[in-house]
Design a protein around this ligand. Sequence first.
Ligand SMILES: Cc1cc2nc3c(=O)[nH]c(=O)nc-3n(C[C@H](O)[C@H](O)[C@H](O)COP(=O)(O)OP(=O)(O)OC[C@H]3O[C@@H](n4cnc5c(N)ncnc54)[C@H](O)[C@@H]3O)c2cc1C
Length: 503
Amino acid sequence: MSPAADQLNLFAQARAQFQILQTGFGAGKQFFATCAAWQAADKPQTRLHYVAIDPQPLSLSALSAALSEQDFATSALRELAQQLLLQWPPLFKGFHLLQLTEQVSLLLVSGEVADCLPQIVAEFDACYAESALSLALPASHHRLAYPTNVTVIGAGIAGASVARALARRGIAVTVLERSHPASGGSGNPVAVVRAEPGGAHHPITALSAAGVSWLMRWVATHGQTISHDFCGAIRITRDERRHQKLATHAQDFPPQWLREIHRDDASALAGQTVADAGFLLPYAGWIEPAALVHALLDHPCISVKTGATVQSLQRHPAHGHWQMRSDDGLHTAACVVLASAFAQGLSPHALAIDSARGQLSLLPERAGHDLQMVMCRDGYITPAVNGMHTIGATMQKNDPCTEARLTDDAENFQRVQRLLPGFATDATQLVSGRVSWRAVTQDRLPLVGRIEEGLYASLAHGARGMSCAPLCGEWLAALMVGEALPLPAPWRDFLDPLRFAVR
Ligand SMILES: Cc1cc2nc3c(=O)[nH]c(=O)nc-3n(C[C@H](O)[C@H](O)[C@H](O)COP(=O)(O)OP(=O)(O)OC[C@H]3O[C@@H](n4cnc5c(N)ncnc54)[C@H](O)[C@@H]3O)c2cc1C
């Protein structure tokens, strides 16, 4: 696998990033040849972004067998192959972003080339045609001005995710946080991570699937300090009609990702008698949110300023940069990301974000009541973590009450009854848990993208921020630097922060 001279010439010209398109991926022969040339070109400051469309990607076992027969010339290539196997995604149709090293990423698009090509938002530097690499664009093509530093407002999962995604791209990030990291919605003791199965092309289904898949890959490579267990989840529906709808939907997915499950099998997997038949989501589980936020922020290019409430945000009339007034003084930045969950009056446009209070309840772990999987329906109960099952969560619009309420615990007790009848005997067994607020939009999708020049948002992650905000951070960073977007083209509109805005 020796690098071709023409590839070395191409890579020699690359600056911050180099994007390549290949149709077909197979066992990655061409990909590894490209990476070998990339390593030989020795461009430590440049990132290689490889996009491959494959109508039928190999299964993990077939890929593993194929890679074991390849002769990798360097230890760096062998490590890359190991990462590829570690991160090989559950192969449902769609976009799968794999961050293989700090420099090399692979966007594997599973689907027919003719369908997928128009869905890819990217400017490629080169593409493979018949195994030869050629320039894709005229040399004069114009790329986005690459930001060198960015200020992020808010250190919850949304802010931490976009900060990390920018930092990985070599951008210096300052995070301004009014309290401390994970002090808002992202500070719950445990969060459920799972996709929301739904209609075939439902945006929430697609975003949550891509989001969970991405998060699990990130945690597999960076999650040593994060308490989590991707133990799987069982989803029960409210009635037979919804069950049948999901059963049809499940047929579009590989069973490793989603499958219908009988009540007895569900009970055997959960270790407890479950209320009904349902659906098994093997790629799901729970995570400790604050640990995830801290792990994301732990990067040499990120500096976090705590106790810094941003009170105002305005564009300077002369130099056009954004000025933020906070408790500790005036901050100026050419590029700002709002990640404060709610817009807090900081956006020049009213973004139409509602507030929904949520209270968790906790149930102490008891002998003989082992729960092996996350159970969910109109709420959830997790396996015991640190001696407690977490039960979530109530939902009250525009309710500012910070006190935990026994009536909420009673509501959460009913949620457990609908999942695991008899698992708890009465509501007094529950202990009141944390109260926090979800920032929600009318369509239950977050607001992610560009607001104005130099001003971006990753807001309103609603009830699924732990599952979806990490991928949204990656998507936003790609948008900001002009990299291939890790979601199909229509997502620019689905996530558009101005879709409900009034000036
Ligand atoms: C009860 C409950 C249970 C939930 N369970 C789950 C679950 O199981 N799975 C799941 O995926 N999701 C769950 N969610 C949703 C998830 O918690 C949220 O979507 C997520 O935490 C939102 O993250 P965020 O970073 O957008 O907001 P936050 O975590 O609220 O972070 C915003 C940060 O911005 C800071 N900030 C705000 N204003 C300013 C300012 N002016 N200047 C500086 N800093 C500022 C805040 O202090 C805060 O730290 C749950 C939510 C609730 C309420």
